[in-house]
Ligand binder design. Structure first.
Ligand SMILES: [Zn+2]
Ligand SMILES: [Zn+2]
Length: 254
């Protein structure tokens, strides 16, 4: 017989229960199941060093390649930043929250796992091992490299080598920024990083996305909410209030 958690992994949609107590039970079970599935040899700091390291190597290569850029070439930096922000929004909404052929592992890692374990009221990792549930998986890193490298090459052919290198440098900084900002939201709120004002503001954006009733529709940017602003997907105050009010009613009647 297929377990509820397996059905959640295999189904077209995440089957998160909507009732408060059932959600807590499902979260606890999912957390335990995922803990048990993490190999004993998993090294959280190596995972972090690997994802950040790929970005740092890309940045180093790109900075090494740039030669006395003109002001017009430097426009590649803000243009890439905006493109990366819209890419982040698109991939999070389209790939991480909806199953796509060949990209199912990314969906599985995000919606039935990351969202199942971390909720609006329970965002923090409880041990370094849980970095496995937060950091970009190897397939995600491979996807970013496979997307940015040919684009950088194409831009260098179209607009000159400097534009290609500046694109690569900005994309690398952006990817590292994504990884570290997302991690910072899932660190304990009373940790040194968790107490930083910028982290508190951005964590609130992401925390709202972690509410099971809001996650399929609102707050898809993890870094700065530019894509959410352009696509009007920042959760409105009244929607958030109604959702939280419904939670309070559910908790009272549970
Ligand atoms: Zn998250
Ligand atoms: Zn999400």
């Amino acid at each position: 017989m297929m377990l509820a958690e397996d059905r959640a992994r295999k189904g077209a949609k995440l089957e998160l229960p909507r009732d408060g107590r059932a959600i807590l039970d499902a979260r606890a079970k999912a957390r335990q199941r995922l803990h048990d599935s993490i190999p004993a040899g998993y090294r959280p700091w190596m995972h972090l060093a690997g994802t950040v390291g790929v970005g740092v190597v890309g940045l180093g290569l790109a900075v090494w390649g740039v030669r006395a850029p003109r002001a017009s070439e430097l426009l590649a930096v803000p243009a890439t930043f905006l493109l990366a922000n819209l890419f982040e929004w698109r991939v999070h909404r389209g790939v991480l929250h909806h199953r796509q052929k060949l990209l199912e592992p990314l969906y599985d890692r995000h919606t039935p796992e990351h969202h199942m374990v971390f909720g609006y009221d329970d965002m923090a990792i409880r041990s370094p091992k849980e970095l496995k549930l937060v950091l970009i998986p190897a397939l995600g890193v491979a996807g970013i490299v496979a997307t940015t490298t040919p684009l950088a090459y194409g831009l260098s052919k179209l607009f000159g080598a400097n534009v290609g290198w500046l694109f690569l440098a900005t994309a690398a900084v952006y990817a590292v920024g994504y990884e570290l900002s997302h991690l910072s939201y899932h660190l304990p709120e009373d940790s040194f990083v968790g107490r930083l004002s910028l982290v508190r503001v951005l964590r609130e954006q992401h925390r709202r996305h972690h509410h099971p009733r809001l996650m399929q529709r609102w707050n898809f940017n993890v870094t700065l909410p530019i894509g959410d602003w352009l696509h009007r997907t920042q959760v409105p105050g009244d929607v958030l209030e109604q959702t939280l009010a419904q939670d309070r009613i559910t908790r009272r009647t549970a």
